[in-house]
Design a protein around this ligand. Structure first.
Ligand SMILES: [Zn+2]
Length: 470
């Protein structure tokens, strides 16, 4: 649970501490310090304006490894401020499906994850939205699925349940409140849970889904019209599209293209509002999604009832199915025994698509899944091959085509995107992909707050952020 380098899911963070070639041109957003060049510039001005000297100077300036990029100072806001926006189910690459001038503008002028943002397992909304908020893997923050049960009390969790007993860890809004500052969170998973210093004040934490997308943006912009001491330093905004369209139509449908264009317009509305207030360059916008989307079609199903000759799985053993199978056999049946029988059936060649489902005791899942250390996780976890779905039994209705997520988080189709734009973000820089538990430390570093212990790497923020003027 504590920060550790081993837990980091990105390639060598020290590499990106070096100036990046793609951002080395002196743009309007970065300052350059180069002592040799300063000496040279003096001598050039004093002694000569010759072409040769000018070329030599330009060459030194552009090629020197000692050039440092510095963060831009704030011009209007009194302190660093972050707007964190999440588009549900925004699969990596969606921004190429439609004209997305606003997303592209942030990518060109900010920092983006080259091959997308890696979700936590399972690649499902609530576990991921809350991992982004807390920097914790699901077993540590407690939201191990969108729906689950407490094996001790038998109580059931559902997504609108705001009892703090379910929601572990310290989400960003609570971290901000702990420092006596204001945070706002609009419809982010867990934000209506009152915990620690966080009271979910109505003006900064409205009840779920009472606003249109445009109203969410306008509410966020309105916060910046408050007296300076009341302006939140963190605004977290959640949008449920294009996930909705992805489930119904699949990731390659024209409806996705329309939904992506709309989300870009929502971002454009935010940027325009910030520009009207002359604070666009002061605010850090972090734009990301919780997970991707895979097409599910062609009746690619695995029916648990076809395993009945080996083991009769009770419907009440099945805690989740479709893209993520979780099974908890009753106490009188050992999980090892149930697992062995399931494997026999799946490998028999008699269960349709049996080779597309791999079942594990949760503690035997590959470590990178981080999906064992909670009693809320049922004892047997099934990893479903991309595009396939597990159903309990064959129904008469046709299932048709659509989209799903929840699969192995390392699949490219499960990745979302990450773009950050602000005073401390290099311009036009691409960074290696990383897992979304790193976002918590990035936000607390920008806000200059002491974060709570989490699974992100403590060196991640310094591998991305520009140094500030000493
Ligand atoms: Zn979804």
């Amino acid at each position: 649970m504590a920060s550790s380098h081993e837990d980091a899911h990105f390639s060598d963070p020290t590499k990106s501490l070096l100036p990046n070639s793609s951002s080395s041109s002196p743009g309007p957003r970065t300052a350059l310090i180069h002592t040799k060049s300063l000496i040279l510039i003096s001598s050039i001005v004093i002694s000569s304006t010759s072409f040769v000297a000018a070329v030599a100077f330009a060459f030194l300036l552009l090629s020197s490894p000692t050039v440092l990029h510095l963060a831009r100072p704030l011009s209007k806001l009194p302190r660093p401020t972050v707007i964190l926006m999440s588009f549900d189910g925004f699969r990596f690459g969606y921004h190429l499906k439609a004209p997305t001038p606003n997303i592209r503008r942030l990518i060109s002028n900010g920092t983006s994850a080259e091959d997308g943002l890696i979700p936590v397992f399972p690649s499902i909304t609530f576990p991921n939205q809350y991992s982004i908020a807390t920097g914790l893997f699901p077993p540590h923050h407690g939201i191990i699925n969108n729906y689950f049960s407490d094996p001790v009390s038998g109580d059931r969790f559902f997504t609108t349940n705001n009892d703090p007993k379910w929601w572990l860890g310290e989400p960003l809004w609570q971290t901000v409140a702990r420092h006596g500052l204001h945070a706002a969170a609009i419809f982010w998973a867990g934000c209506e849970v009152k915990k620690g210093s966080w009271t979910c004040p109505p003006k900064f934490c409205p009840k779920y889904n009472c606003f249109t997308f445009e109203e969410r943006v306008d509410a966020a912009l309105g916060f910046f019209d408050l007296p300076a001491e009341n302006v939140p330093v963190l605004v977290m905004l959640y949008f449920q599209d294009p996930d909705s369209q992805g489930h119904v139509f699949g990731p390659d449908h024209p409806e996705i293209t329309k939904a992506v264009a709309r989300m870009d317009a929502v971002l454009g509305r935010l940027i325009a509002g910030l520009e009207q207030r002359n604070i666009f360059e002061d605010v850090t916008i972090i734009l990301l999604g919780d997970h991707g989307m895979a097409g599910t079609c062609d009746e690619k199903y695995i029916f648990l009832e076809e395993l009945f000759p080996w083991i009769h799985i009770g419907s009440d053993w099945v805690f989740s199915a479709d893209t993520l199978l979780t099974i908890q056999p009753p106490p009188e049946i050992s999980s090892q025994e149930a697992l062995a029988k399931m494997r026999q059936g799946l490998s028999s060649g008699k269960v349709r698509n049996g080779d597309k489902l791999r079942v594990f005791l949760k503690e035997d899942l590959p470590e990178s899944f981080h999906y064992a250390a909670s009693e809320r996780i049922p004892s047997i976890v099934g990893i479903v091959e991309e595009g396939y779905m597990v159903k309990y039994k064959r129904e008469k209705q046709r299932y048709g085509c659509g989209g799903g997520h929840g699969y192995d988080h390392s699949l490219m189709s499960m990745r979302s995107f990450f773009v950050a734009h602000g005073p401390r973000l290099p311009q036009g820089k691409q960074i290696p992909s990383f897992q979304n538990v790193e976002v918590y430390n990035l936000v607390t570093a920008i806000l200059k707050l002491d974060g709570a212990p989490n699974n992100g790497s403590s060196v991640f923020p310094s591998s991305i952020l520009l140094q500030e003027n000493p």
